[in-house]
Design a protein around this ligand. Structure first.
Ligand code: SAM
Length: 219
C-alpha cells in the first residue's frame, strides 16, 4: 500500500539513480547485452519483451530489428521511458502496465527474447514471475537476465545484507538484497541455464552489496 503511494517518487528516483547504478552493474550488462547488436538483421525481426523496464535503461543495447514490448508495474515511468524511446529510436510495439506475476496481455509462446535487469529483487513473487517468463517465450526463446541477490558463501556479507534489507525495501520500491536468485531460476526447469556470478570489489575489498547473477536461460 505504502509502496504503491510512493510510485511517482520511485519512478523519478530510479530514473535519476540508474546511470549511477551502472558503476556497479555496467561490466556485467556490457558482457551480457552488447552481443545483442550482433542479432541485427533487417529481414529478421525479433519479438522482445522487457519486464520491469523502468526508464528504458537497456535501450542502448538494442538493435533496430527488435520489436519491443515494454512491461512495468509502475505507470509513472512512462514519461522517462518515452524520452529514452525517442533518444535511442526504439520501435516500441506495446507498453503494458501490470504485474509480472500475471502478464495476461502477453500470449503464450509469443516472445523470441525476454530481458529482465534488476527485477527479481523487488517483485512480490519471483517464482511466479519466472514461470510467467517461461510461458511467454517461444519454444527456443531466451530469457536474458541480470539480477542482484544474496552473497555466495560469505556469512559476514550476508549479515550486512540482512541488516540493510529494511532500508533498501523502503527506498528501493520493495528491493530485497538477500534473494537466492540462482536457486530460484534453476528451480523453474528451463531446457538450459547459464548463470554467472560477480561480486563488486574495490581496493581488494568486496563491497557488501549487489553481488549479481547474470546469464541466459533457454525455454
Ligand atoms: C530496480 S528497477 C530496474 C529498472 C531497469 N530494469 C533497470 O535495469 O534499470 C525495478 C523495476 O521493476 C519494476 N517492477 C517492480 N515490481 C514489478 C512487478 N511485480 N511487475 C513488473 N514490474 C515490476 C519497477 O517498477 C522498476 O521499474
Amino acid at each position: 500500500m505504502l509502496l504503491s503511494l510512493l510510485r511517482p517518487f520511485f519512478a523519478a528516483f530510479h530514473s535519476w539513480l540508474e546511470p549511477k547504478l551502472f558503476l556497479f552493474f555496467g561490466p556485467a550488462k556490457d558482457e551480457l547485452l552488447k552481443p545483442l547488436k550482433n542479432l541485427d538483421s533487417p529481414h529478421n525481426t525479433l519479438q522482445v519483451l522487457e519486464i520491469g523496464i523502468g526508464n528504458g535503461a537497456n535501450f542502448q543495447y538494442y538493435p533496430p530489428n527488435f520489436r519491443i514490448t515494454a512491461l512495468d508495474v509502475n505507470d509513472h515511468f512512462e514519461k522517462y521511458l518515452k524520452e529514452n524511446v525517442k533518444k535511442y529510436e526504439i520501435t516500441l510495439e506495446k507498453l503494458v502496465f501490470c504485474k509480472a506475476e500475471d502478464m495476461k496481455e502477453i500470449a503464450d509462446d509469443s516472445m523470441d527474447i525476454v530481458v529482465s535487469t534488476l527485477l527479481l529483487c523487488c517483485v512480490e513473487d519471483p517464482y511466479r514471475v519466472i514461470k510467467e517468463i517461461k510461458r511467454v517465450l517461444k519454444s527456443d526463446g531466451k530469457w536474458i537476465f541480470l539480477e542482484h541477490g544474496r552473497f555466495r558463501g560469505k556469512m559476514f556479507h550476508n549479515l550486512i545484507q540482512w541488516l540493510l534489507n529494511p532500508l533498501t525495501y523502503i527506498i528501493g520500491a520493495g528491493c530485497r538484497l538477500t534473494r537466492k536468485i540462482d536457486f530460484m531460476i534453476e528451480s523453474v526447469h528451463f531446457s538450459s541455464v547459464d548463470i554467472k556470478y560477480r561480486e563488486i570489489a574495490k581496493y581488494g575489498f568486496t563491497l557488501p552489496i549487489f553481488p549479481h547473477y547474470y546469464g541466459i536461460a533457454v525455454k
